[in-house]
Design a protein around this ligand. Structure first.
Ligand code: SF4
Ligand code: MG
Length: 343
């Protein structure tokens, strides 16, 4: 059994001009200890999918279909008490804006100690000691002294480290990181990502790493799920995805990663934008932007399949390379010729 199993998840929001299915039939799993990258442009549904794991979807939005099983338990059916336990002890979240996640009126150390106490029956002294230990583990120098610093006395990178320390305070089995390095400079970003990788190995924590940046997942993830317009369009091991991408959207995303020594003035980008999810395109949702689209693409929605065997995603191996494109349903006549778009 996988650590996390998401099945046919549908999350709706009610906008003025209609119903938006921000996540629309999403399925994926995370194995124990693995890092799964979830990649896509903004509006793909990555953050909504992440928030759904802990039922953190706000007010007008709701999970209307599907199942989320964590260690076999259905998160969508568990009691408030079980949900609280899940939130503190088993699944922790790290968001983009570390500054907002820290309370400005308490010291960083007190907040971490408080997180320890909230879930463990420990003395104040033990909670403090654990907080200092966690600050050290996330690479805060002089942790004992920095314990008493207020958030504003920390740099952005250090704030994010402190948030990670807080998230790890209860040894979660799954850490959900949503754009954890957006807004940090490149050097700090690399350090934070490396830290996450080291900690995941040390604490045997699985990570769901949500990002719009395929470059970020390249070295950090075991497998990658590519989302487009509320759905998974491709899933593969990181090597497979980079060396043999199967979906035109993924190929487009890769072509827009800047490479060292790139002498092009402008990077190719995927033309157009993510569709308005109130009026989703017919057939394949990517067809208005896809250079390979044929008539069938405007008529039929391609299923997510094992690209090698044609087996349905639900029955495929965890390491199978999945793609949702008519090339793999056998319905694309001209076929995909990536030589045209990737140099
Ligand atoms: Fe492009 Fe058609 Fe494949 Fe969709 S199904 S990605 S439109 S070729
Ligand atoms: Mg987001």
């Amino acid at each position: 059994m996988a650590l996390l199993e998401v099945e046919d998840l549908v999350v709706q929001f009610y906008a003025e001009d209609g119903v938006v299915r921000a996540v629309d039939g999403l399925s994926y799993e995370i194995e124990r200890g693995e890092t799964l990258g979830i990649v896509g442009e903004s509006g793909a549904g990555k953050s909504v999918a992440s928030l759904s794991l802990l039922r953190l979807i706000d007010g007008p939005g709701e999970i209307v279909e599907g199942e989320i099983r964590f260690k076999g338990r259905n998160v969508l059916e568990c009691t408030d008490e079980a949900l609280r336990d899940l939130r503190g002890n088993e699944i922790a979240m790290v968001f983009q804006d570390a500054g907002a996640a820290l309370n400005p009126v308490y010291t960083v150390g007190e907040q971490i100690a408080e997180a320890v106490r909230a879930h463990r029956d420990v003395t104040d002294a033990a909670a403090r000691e654990r907080a200092i230990d966690l600050l050290e583990r996330v690479g805060i120098p002089d942790a004992e002294r920095r314990y008493s610093d207020y958030p504003h006395e920390f740099s952005g990178g250090m704030q994010q480290r402190a948030v990670i320390a807080m998230a790890l305070s209860c040894d979660p089995d799954l850490l959900v990181c949503d754009e954890p390095t957006t807004g940090l400079d490149v050097t700090i970003e690399a350090q934070i990502l490396e830290l996450l990788e080291d900690l995941a190995a040390e604490f045997e924590t699985a990570i769901q790493l949500v990002t719009h940046d395929l470059g970020v997942v390249a070295e950090r993830c075991d497998r990658v799920l590519v989302m487009y317009a509320g759905r998974a369009v491709e899933r593969a091991t990181v090597e497979e995805l980079y060396y043999d991408p199967k979906h035109p959207y993924t190929v487009g995303l890769m072509a827009s990663i800047p490479r060292i020594g790139d002498d092009r003035d402008r990077l190719p980008a995927i033309p157009g934008t993510m569709p308005d999810l109130v009026q989703v395109p017919t057939g394949c949702r990517f067809h208005p932007r896809c250079p390979y689209a044929e008539e069938v693409c405007t008529l039929r929605d391609p299923a997510l399949l094992d690209a090698e065997t044609g087996v349905d995603a639900a029955d495929a191996d965890p390491d199978a390379h999945l793609a949702a494109c008519h090339e793999y349903t056998g319905d694309l006549e001209a076929g995909l010729d990536y030589a045209v778009t990737v140099r």
